[in-house]
Design a binder for this molecule. Structure first.
Ligand SMILES: *Cc1c(COP(=O)(O)O)cnc(C)c1O
Length: 401
């Protein structure tokens, strides 16, 4: 009988969803009725729409609503159309895609670049195409979900080291002696903590053990390092990293798209073998053109990166003074720790009622008992915006005391 199987499944799913609500781990989305920015119009689904300060986007440089990106996207749609109705290798490659790949290579100082429709797909395709059963992948325990999934798709032996723990990385590498190829994989910036990976030490260990190095710099490219070139440039090891992955969905305009950049033969092989590249459309012309414009702007945006750093420092010092428990660091990701998931959610709700939008993160996105509100600064925030955010934290804490 049609629907009978679903009736049983539904009952189980509804019980599970109810348990998530009870634990405070059920995610509800707010709806934005304006362009993405530091200042937005937002509300709950079906609720009132109000002016809101946004402290939870990855729009680190304030480019998501930049008129130059919008103009580039509009021009591209006028001259190259809306869609391509094909994957890259059949008939889905325009000059705009080739131009963007070259621009990423020039920006990062790499030999070549291949686009993906997201960084999730870039990480989903890179391992299976390069590493087989004879090989070993050594991965930081806090790496992004897309890296974890990408590694699962490859048949290589997997090793995991404790977050940023170089003694453990060495111990894991010592177990890879029979591997044909070995690669160390890390996020440049860990997205839930704002911590920067110890890339210099990682490259030293890679040299010692003959391993490739892969860095996913999604939370850094554009925002961090000299010229916005990310964490490898910050650590002065960009010439020692073999594989860079990243996104256009954060500092670089925030739309979508990702890439793998790095050594020429690696990128050439991905063009032949990476399944998300072979079997899925790439980013549309408008997004490719705007991403290229974003790279050009970001390369020359030292003033915005200075502002971003100052904003993060201002927020950190005011929150510390107000007695909040922050994870240490300098990145514009600033985790405010609450421990209990329901408390973090209640705080975020109170903050929103005060016109400040922040998001609570709980299990399974972060470890159980380490619920937090992850505040993200942007170069687009003013001093007054930051002060209002801190005041809202103080007042919301008082509400719940
Ligand atoms: C955001 C992020 C991704 C996913 O990027 P998309 O382009 O949105 O798929 C991948 N890796 C890391 C480290 C990220 O922070």
């Amino acid at each position: 009988m049609s629907g009978a199987a679903y009736a049983t499944v539904r009952e189980a799913l509804e019980a599970e969803l109810e348990a998530m609500r009870a634990q405070g781990t059920f995610r509800r989305e707010r709806v934005i009725h304006s362009p993405q920015s530091a200042h937005i119009l937002a509300g709950a689904v079906g609720g009132a729409v109000v002016p809101t300060l946004n402290f939870c986007s990855n729009d680190y440089l304030g480019l998501a609503d930049d008129s130059r990106l919008i103009a580039a996207a509009t021009r591209a749609m006028e001259h190259r159309g809306f869609g391509l109705a094909s994957v890259r290798f059949i008939c889905g490659t325009q000059d705009l895609h080739v131009d963007l790949e070259r621009a990423v290579s020039a920006f990062l100082g790499t030999e070549d670049t291949i686009l993906f429709s997201s960084c999730f797909d870039a990480n989903g395709g890179v391992f299976e195409a390069l590493f087989g059963p004879e090989d070993a992948i050594v991965s930081d325990a806090l790496n992004h979900a897309s890296i974890i999934d990408g590694i699962r798709l490859s048949k290589a032996a997997r090793f995991r080291y404790r977050n940023g723990d170089m003694a453990d990385l060495r111990a894991q590498l010592e177990q890879t002696s029979t591997a044909r190829r070995r690669v160390i994989v890390t996020d440049g910036v860990f997205s839930m903590d704002g911590a920067v990976a110890p890339l210099r030490e990682i490259c030293d260990l890679a040299d010692e053990f003959g391993a490739l190095v892969m860095v996913d710099d999604s939370h850094a490219v554009g925002a961090v390092g000299p010229g916005g070139r990310g964490t490898p440039a910050l650590a002065e090891v960009d010439d020692r990293v073999d594989i860079f992955t990243g996104t256009f969905g954060k500092a670089l305009g925030g739309a979508s798209g990702g890439y793998v950049s790095g050594r020429a033969a690696i990128v050439a092989m991905l063009r032949q073998r990476a399944r998300p590249y072979l079997f899925s459309n790439t980013i549309p012309p408008a997004v490719a053109a705007a991403a290229r414009e974003a790279l050009a702007i970001a390369g020359a945006a030292g003033d915005r990166r200075d502002r971003l750093r100052e904003n993060a420092a201002r927020f950190r010092s005011a929150m510390t003074e107000a007695g909040f428990d922050l994870l240490p660091g300098a990145h514009p990701i600033v985790p405010v720790m609450f421990g209990d998931a329901n408390l973090a959610v209640a705080m975020a709700d109170r903050m929103l009622a005060r016109g400040v939008y922040v998001t609570a993160f709980s299990y399974p996105v972060v470890p159980l008992g380490q619920a937090r509100i992850r505040v993200q600064l942007s170069a687009a925030h003013s001093d007054e915006d930051i002060d209002r955010c801190v005041e809202a934290f103080v007042a919301s804490r008082a509400d719940l005391a």
